[in-house]
Design a protein around this ligand. Structure first.
Ligand code: SF4
Length: 170
């Protein structure tokens, strides 16, 4: 199986990467997170994914799309997060299907602060739509371990989810 790993940030990538390697799964990464605001924060998280990927020898595709205005226009958190996951997971599923991957997954599944069930539901929906498999694992088991390792590795650990609204509300 060749898998595409959506990477939201470096700390959240640590545990899923260790599991994929343990299981002997061939994989590459994709950084597509237009929800990270402001631009300085976007650059910092992207840079740290680059540093981590170099250490782990992972080939990663990067998209520099940044879209603060779209996220600012959602007052309702439920609708905003739904749009946020939908935007990212649909792009990942489509990219996987168009570029010869059998499956995809996301490091969003590692955080206990994310809407885990919704991410799973949307991953499965787009897997079906684009004819690729959604590799589901409850990566939350390794969240603390990943955060600790990120600290030891000197990686940047952000204090809020990503969008400008989550920054204002933290
Ligand atoms: S809180 Fe997090 S998941 Fe929800 S819209 Fe903002 S960045 Fe996306």
């Amino acid at each position: 199986m060749k898998l595409l790993l959506h990477m939201c940030c470096a700390p959240c990538s640590i545990y899923p990467v260790s599991i994929l390697k343990e299981e002997g799964i061939e994989f590459e990464g994709l950084f597509y997170n237009p929800n990270i605001h402001p631009i300085e924060e976007f650059k910092k998280r992207k840079e740290n994914v680059e540093i981590f990927s170099k250490i782990e020898n992972i080939n990663v595709f990067y998209f520099d799309e940044f879209d603060q205005e779209r996220w600012e226009n959602f007052d309702d958190e439920k609708q905003r997060c739904n749009m946020c996951y939908t935007t990212r997971l649909e792009k990942v599923a489509l990219y996987a299907a168009e570029n010869g991957f059998d499956a995809f997954t996301t490091t969003l599944l590692v955080s206990p602060y994310q809407k885990h069930d919704l991410i799973k539901e949307l991953g499965e929906k787009f897997a079906q739509k684009y004819g690729v498999e959604f590799y589901y694992k409850d990566f939350r088991l390794g969240f603390r371990r990943g955060q600790q390792q990120a600290k030891e590795m000197g990686l940047y650990r952000q204090k809020y989810c990503g969008c400008i609204v989550s920054l204002r509300n933290r």
